[in-house]
Design a binder for this molecule. Structure first.
Ligand SMILES: NC(=O)c1ccc[n+]([C@@H]2O[C@H](COP(=O)([O-])OP(=O)(O)OC[C@H]3O[C@@H](n4cnc5c(N)ncnc54)[C@H](OP(=O)(O)O)[C@@H]3O)[C@@H](O)[C@H]2O)c1
Length: 284
């Protein structure tokens, strides 16, 4: 991207975003476009990214400052610093951020697999929030779970929550173990739903449908079902029952899916595998 703005006097920056890739770019766009008083002004945001991508183009045009590195001067006055870099970059980027950040800046990390302990090793006594968003964040349709480290107050939560809400719904959990569970359900969940869409299409193809038609039917079915879930106040189980007539076609299929060794077992095993991986990543 061209035209990266050089850091000048940056005392008006209150929110820093480290990494403006897929997830960081989605958050950034939400920060700028949130309705009413929740939106941040462009001058309040500082983005650190050596090569910000397309997602950041609009922000640049709106006057958001971009820089390759966080300096002490630029960091003074920051209320919050949100890390949206890849977890594997953290060991390299984290220490220089910690050198620049004021001691009272709230650190919010959305990096998968970096524990509160791992963050505290780098950021010391600073208040730290660890959050786990998911892919629909890009359309403000995500859900983010977060857990607070020691020393995080309601005032810190009031700073972080509106920024996380820019990507959709936000829920707080009490323990880091639950963040690994959030990761296994909503963090990785979009992958499961995409796979379900794939195998529903493949099953249609196996029945004899043309591949393109099978893909179209499966995709729109998942989109439509998501819309029903979004618009209805009924629980998923109630919605399922409402489309399952006794002796009908849906029931015939659900008898297979809901069998003892069917989807409940598979989904249970799959989610446990994701949970374990999330825990293991946090230890490494
Ligand atoms: N995507 C998801 O669905 C999802 C869900 C939950 C959590 N997360 C977490 O969100 C984080 C970001 O994921 P992502 O998918 O948005 O990754 P991404 O698209 O690769 O974004 C990372 C960004 O950080 C930039 N970057 C690299 N080195 C940097 C540095 N030294 N200083 C500042 N920025 C730097 C990258 O620039 P270059 O491209 O030039 O390297 C890129 O723009 C990850 O930690 C991931 O675990 C993602």
């Amino acid at each position: 991207m061209t035209g990266v703005v050089k850091q000048g006097r940056l005392s008006s920056n209150t929110h820093a975003l480290i990494g403006a890739g897929n997830m960081g770019g989605a958050l950034l766009s939400g920060w700028l476009t949130d309705r009413g008083s929740k939106a941040l002004k462009a001058q309040e945001i500082l983005v650190i990214d050596p090569a910000p991508g397309q997602a950041a183009e609009k922000a640049l045009k709106l006057g958001v400052k971009f820089s390759a590195k966080l300096t002490t001067g630029a960091a003074s006055g920051l209320k919050m610093c949100l890390l949206a870099i890849k977890p594997q970059s953290f060991s390299q980027v984290g220490p220089s951020l910690a050198n620049a950040l004021p001691k009272d800046t709230l650190v919010v990390s959305i990096m998968a697999g970096i524990s509160l302990h791992g963050l505290a090793e780098v950021f010391g006594e600073r208040p730290i929030i660890r959050a786990m968003p998911n892919l629909p964040a890009a359309y403000k349709a995500g859900i983010t779970g977060y857990v607070c480290g020691e020393g995080v107050t309601q005032a810190h939560r009031d700073i972080a929550e509106p920024r996380l809400r820019a990507s959709g719904k936000v829920v707080m959990v009490d323990t880091e173990r639950e963040i690994d569970m959030v990761t296994a359900i909503s963090g990785s969940g979009p992958g499961y739903v995409f796979y379900l869409t794939e195998i529903l299409a493949a099953a249609g193809e196996n029945l004899g449908l043309k591949p393109e038609l099978a893909r179209q039917l499966a995709r729109q079915t998942v989109i439509g079902s998501g819309t029903v879930l979004a618009r209805s106040s009924e629980a998923a189980a109630e919605l399922r029952k409402s489309v399952t007539s006794p002796g009908g076609t849906t029931e015939a299929a659900l008898d297979v899916l809901m069998a003892r060794d069917g989807l409940p077992k598979l989904m249970g095993d799959a989610v446990k595998a994701a949970y374990k991986r999330s825990q293991d990543l946090g230890k490494s």
